[in-house]
Each structure stands twice: as C-alpha cells, then as structure tokens.
Design a protein around this ligand. Structure first.
Ligand SMILES: Cc1cc2nc3c(=O)[nH]c(=O)nc-3n(C[C@H](O)[C@H](O)[C@H](O)COP(=O)(O)OP(=O)(O)OC[C@H]3O[C@@H](n4cnc5c(N)ncnc54)[C@H](O)[C@@H]3O)c2cc1C
Length: 395
C-alpha cells in the first residue's frame, strides 16, 4: 500500500475518473463533492473512441449501466436548405479504424459507471455534501460539510471542480471564466413519442449561419437528445447547466431553418420537450504546462481546459486527463508531486489543440456566404476524409 494521500476536489466526470486512476494505484484518495448526493443530471454526451478505448482499458465499460447507443453514421446537412453535405460511417468503421466504438450516452449513465468503479476501490473515501472552500499549493485543503469545517493536509490535490472552479480562478491570479457568446438549448424526449422517420440511429448535424443543431439517441436509443447551439452575444453566462427556458427563445432560431428541420423541432416539442438553456463560459486557452500544475496541485477537466462543445470532447478530455494521471502515478509511485507535474506536461499541448479546434469548428459550423460555400465544397470533394479526425481519435 502506497502511503501517499491525494484529495480530488469535485465529483463530476473528471473528478471520478481521476479518483479512480489514483485509487487503482493504491494511493489513499479522498473525493470531495459539494452536491449532497450524486443524481440524474445532464443530458446527452458523445464519447469518441479516444474516450471509450480508455474506459474499456480500465475495465469500467459496463454496458448495462452505460446503456450506450452506437450510431450508424454522422450525417451533416444544411440547416438553411436541408441539403446533404456529407456523412461519416461510425458503427463498425470506428471500431475497425480506432479499436474502440463511438457511443452516445446520457451524462448521468457515464457518471454512474465511473461512480460504481470508484465505489469498488477500497482506497477511495467519497464525501458528498463536502464543499472545498480553499486550497493551498502546500497541500492544505479547507472544506466544509453539514457537520463542520475542516482543514486537512494531503500529499497532492487534483482540482476537478469544473469550469467555475474557484481554485482555478485563484491559481490564475483571480481571472474568472468569461462569456463566450454561445448558448446551447437542450431537450431530451422519449424516442417513442417521435414519428418513426425521426428515430434514425444516427448523429444528425445541421449547419447554418450563427447556429447549428445536433441530435442523437441515448440510453439504448429510448431517448432522443437534441441540442441547438447559437451565437447570441447579448445573453449573460450562467453557472447552471439546466436553466429552464422559454420556448419562444428556441422558436426565434427555428424560424430561420429549413422546413424539414422545423418539422423535427415541432415533433420534439409535441413529444413534450422541456427546453433547457446552457450559456457557455470559457477561459483563455492553455498556453503552457505550468498553467495546469503548481507544486501539489493539478487541474483537470473543465477546471483546467474548458472548451466549446463543438468537438464533443469535454468528457473525453477529462477521461484522457485521468488516464495520463494514472500512467504517471504508475511510473512515479513514490513521487506523487512529480507525477502530477508530468501529467501536466503530457496533457497541455493536447488539450490546447482540442480547445483550438473546437473554437475553429464554431467558425466553420456557423459560417455563411463564401466561407460556408467553401466548407460545403470541401466536404463534397473530400467526403469522409474531411469529416473524420484521426488526430483526435487515435490519441
Ligand atoms: C450538472 C452538469 C450537467 C452537465 N450536463 C452535460 C450535458 O448534458 N452534456 C454535456 O456534453 N456536458 C454536460 N456537462 C459537462 C460535462 O460533464 C463536462 O464538460 C465534462 O464531463 C468535464 O467534467 P468535469 O468533471 O471537469 O466538470 P463538471 O462536470 O462541471 O464537474 C465538476 C464537479 O465539481 C463539483 N464542485 C464544484 N465546486 C466544488 C467545490 N467547491 N467543492 C466540491 N465540489 C465542487 C461540482 O458539483 C461538479 O460535480 C454537465 C456538467 C454538469 C456539472
């Protein structure tokens, strides 16, 4: 048994995955999550083969709990005139090319798979209702729960508090996340409530000026997840993932879409859509490894490198972070601080690249005029090669 202790602040995907990676290396791990209990939160998440390969390697890919859908293809169309712009075969092809499947899942199911794995590790102490108030680069963590205030010392700290992490803001000299000008509207409806023609086993993407729409099945295809992403700079950012929103706000954007896409929105509304709003905040992209690490402290997941969801890689990057942490703890079992530092070294260029490409996709997806015509032409000429991303999935 390794006698080193590590605290993980935050029990989202990044926190659970990091706790698991460290717990498997027999470190004494304490996981502090502010929510009083883990619950059914979030909606759909796409998991590319760079994520599923790692979950499989860790032995946590429990399909009964994850209830993944494995889409046949990614189909890209114009939101303005309904034209087919391109497609990429996913089922079968992704497994053959990248050695792991492409899944679409409910965030709560991915969270549960990781929570089950963490709970099965005897060296991990999970504390819910535990809010981290402060943490020092010396390894001291101040936290509070319903019973009192605590100050504990650990050999190392992993900050997985998500984008609004106050630890991250302090580490960056008080610089808080800023508003990106992008908003996601999300709805999750029972697939059975949709007309047959909309229950396709695909990831559908519709591109238009200042907006795009993504939809896919989740939870063994029993649910249909729909997201409308728009550029609406006048809105203010919110910390809540799931604010209720007025349907008129969604309708405002739908009015400019092609009839076939409007019909899909009508069907989703008729199926009982309860639209939720998620106003996206961001940070300056990572520019060096020491932004991710400071002595005892490593930042992971959205706390470290929030990104626009235009590559569908937020959860995957959190899983990659944890995998790198596990590899470094295996390599340096008795030098935990050094292992954290090496994790940051290993990760920063990768996450920077993914942040940059996600931002670039915003420009490409939401283009109009000549840029949009160039994009459409490139997809028509390059076919699958233009859409596939070996640099991302082979990692
Ligand atoms: C409620 C919720 C719903 C989401 N829904 C979706 C979705 O539908 N689709 C999608 O693509 N992505 C969703 N995401 C984002 C996606 O999960 C993340 O981008 C990605 O998984 C990276 O996760 P993370 O663990 O770094 O951050 P997060 O998922 O934000 O997790 C951070 C965790 O830290 C906890 N925390 C924060 N501050 C403290 C503190 N002071 N002390 C203790 N704990 C603290 C939070 O309660 C949270 O559990 C959601 C995130 C959340 C929190």
């Amino acid at each position: 048994m390794n006698t080193n202790s590590l605290v993980v602040a935050g029990g989202g995907i990044a926190g659970l995955a990091s706790a698991y990676a460290a717990g498997k290396r027999r470190l004494r791990v304490t996981l502090l999550e502010q929510a009083p209990a883990f619950g059914e939160v979030g909606a759909g998440i796409q998991l590319g083969p760079n994520a599923t390969r790692r979950l499989k390697k860790w032995g946590v890919l429990n399909l009964k709990t994850l209830q993944p859908s494995e889409p046949e293809a990614l189909q890209i169309r114009s939101a303005t005139d309904g034209r087919d712009l391109g497609s990429l075969r996913l089922r079968g092809r992704v497994k053959t090319h990248y050695g792991a499947p492409y899944y679409t899942v409910h965030r709560a199911d991915l969270h549960q798979v990781l929570l089950d794995a963490v709970q099965a590790c005897e060296d991990i102490d999970i504390r819910t209702g535990a809010t981290v108030r402060n943490c020092e680069v010396t390894g001291s963590v101040a936290w509070r729960d319903g019973f009192g205030d605590y100050l504990e010392r650990f050999d190392a700290i992993v900050n997985a508090q998500g984008i609004w992490s106050q630890i991250r803001t302090e580490a960056l000299g008080g610089v808080a996340p800023t508003w990106t000008g992008h908003v996601a509207y999300r709805a999750l409806v029972p697939a059975a409530a949709l007309p047959e023609k909309f229950r396709q086993p695909n990831v559908g993407v519709w591109l238009g000026p200042d907006l795009h729409v993504v939809h896919y099945p989740v939870r063994d295809s029993s649910l249909f997840n729909m997201v409308l992403l728009v550029e609406a700079p006048s809105r203010a950012p919110t910390q809540d993932w799931s604010l209720s929103c007025d349907r008129a706000e969604v309708d405002h954007w739908v009015a400019r879409m092609h009839g076939s896409l409007r019909e899909l929105f009508d069907a989703v509304n008729a199926a009982g859509a309860d639209w939720r709003l998620w106003a996206l905040a961001g940070r300056a992209h990572v520019s060096s490894f020491d932004e991710l690490y400071d002595d005892h402290l490593l930042h992971v997941g959205d706390a470290a490198h929030p990104m626009l969801p235009y590559l569908a890689q937020g959860a995957a990057m959190a899983i990659e972070d944890a995998d790198a942490l596990g590899a470094m703890l295996t390599r340096y079992p008795h030098a935990v601080k050094f292992a954290l530092r090496e994790t940051a070294r290993m990760r920063w260029e990768r996450v920077r690249q993914v942040q940059d490409r996600a931002k670039r996709n915003a420009m490409i997806f939401h283009a109009s005029g000549l840029v949009a015509a160039g994009r459409d032409w490139a997809m028509a000429m390059g076919k699958e090669a233009t859409i596939d991303m070996p640099w991302l999935y082979n990692y």
